[in-house]
Design a binder for this molecule. Structure first.
Ligand code: BMA
Length: 307
């Protein structure tokens, strides 16, 4: 039965909380993750005392114990191109390594609503904004690490508000700036993901296709429940779903996931594969702190295939 809940929480969770941020803030959650040189990096969403978010780096040798940088790395842009769309902050980053550069997708938030930004870094010092690539509302964008049919590919989540179903879509681009050929990939279904879905972690290529962890939201009389599902997309046609686990594979259970600014939320944005076939999943817990859970890729794939 292990594959029904393939993840095991790190015993010392949460791995990062507000007290670990070296400056005043409200919360830290929803962090992107990657390997960079000998280090593990987390790109943290830190919410300041006004309720606006910015991005700060944390570094680790072992993937478990992180040191948070003394200052934010990316704060809302001030220029006329990006500034008006980031006035309320940058949220929920994801990192994808493409051709040796690190691409960061993030939610740019403003009075107009959420939309997706794409940026690039080579060294986690410079942060080069490439473009705001969607209109509003759109969030939960993740880039594929490989091109598909010669083009960049991205999952995103248009809609999700005012009665428009929040489904995972795919788009393609020749240059990371101009996107199109949009198609729906996976939508909500009555049950644990009935309200909306969104990609959580960048697609990971396995021998059976692209593994994507996503979050599913259920609306209840007492608020929302954010849980994690898994789907497998066809390697050369990632708009085609090969399968998905019918049940969630990870959900809020521990006190730090159940209680916080937004209760009952687990929200992964980062996945780091290890050479032994295990995955480290970094997730925001209750919009208040960051947790780590580990699983064997094989167990996640089995949960999908047995579905
Ligand atoms: C989503 C996003 C996430 C957040 C979640 C729960 O819409 O804003 O950043 O973790 O809601 O509040």
């Amino acid at each position: 039965m292990k594959h029904l809940c393939p993840f095991e929480r790190y015993a010392e969770n949460p791995i990062i909380r507000r007290e670990d941020i070296p400056y005043a803030c409200n919360t830290v959650f929803n962090a992107a993750a990657c390997r960079f040189g000998d280090e593990y990096l987390l790109l943290l969403r830190v919410e300041d005392l006004r309720g606006h978010s910015h991005l700060t780096l944390a570094r680790s040798e072992d993937g478990y114990r992180f040191r948070v940088d003394p200052r934010p790395w990316v704060e809302p842009a001030q220029d006329p191109e990006f500034g008006p769309y980031e006035e309320y902050g940058l949220e929920d980053p994801r990192i994808t390594l493409i051709d040796g550069a690190y691409y960061i997708t993030y939610t740019a938030f403003s009075r107009h609503g959420p939309r997706v930004g794409v940026a690039r870094t080579h060294d986690f010092q410079g942060f080069e904004r490439i473009a705001l690539v969607t209109e509003v509302p759109n969030k939960d964008a993740v880039l594929f690490p490989d091109r598909v049919g010669g083009r960049y590919a991205m999952l995103d989540r248009p809609g999700g508000y005012h009665g428009v179903p929040g489904a995972i879509w795919i788009q393609y681009s020749p240059d990371l700036r101009h996107w199109g050929d949009a198609r729906v990939v996976l939508g909500p279904e009555p049950g644990w993901s009935g309200a909306k879905l969104g990609a959580s972690t960048p697609p990971l290529l396995t021998d059976r296709g692209w593994l994507v962890l996503y979050h599913g939201v259920r609306g209840t009389g007492a608020g929302t429940l954010y849980r994690v599902g898994a789907t497998l997309l066809e390697r050369d046609r990632p708009d085609r779903v090969l399968g998905y686990a019918p049940h969630f594979i990870f959900g809020p259970e521990e006190p730090y996931e159940r209680t916080g600014d937004v209760p009952n939320v687990v929200f992964p944005c980062g996945l780091v594969p290890e050479p032994d076939g295990r995955l480290k999943m970094y997730y925001g817990a209750a919009d208040t702190c960051i947790g780590l859970a580990e699983a064997r890729t094989e167990d996640i794939l089995r949960a999908i295939e047995d579905g």
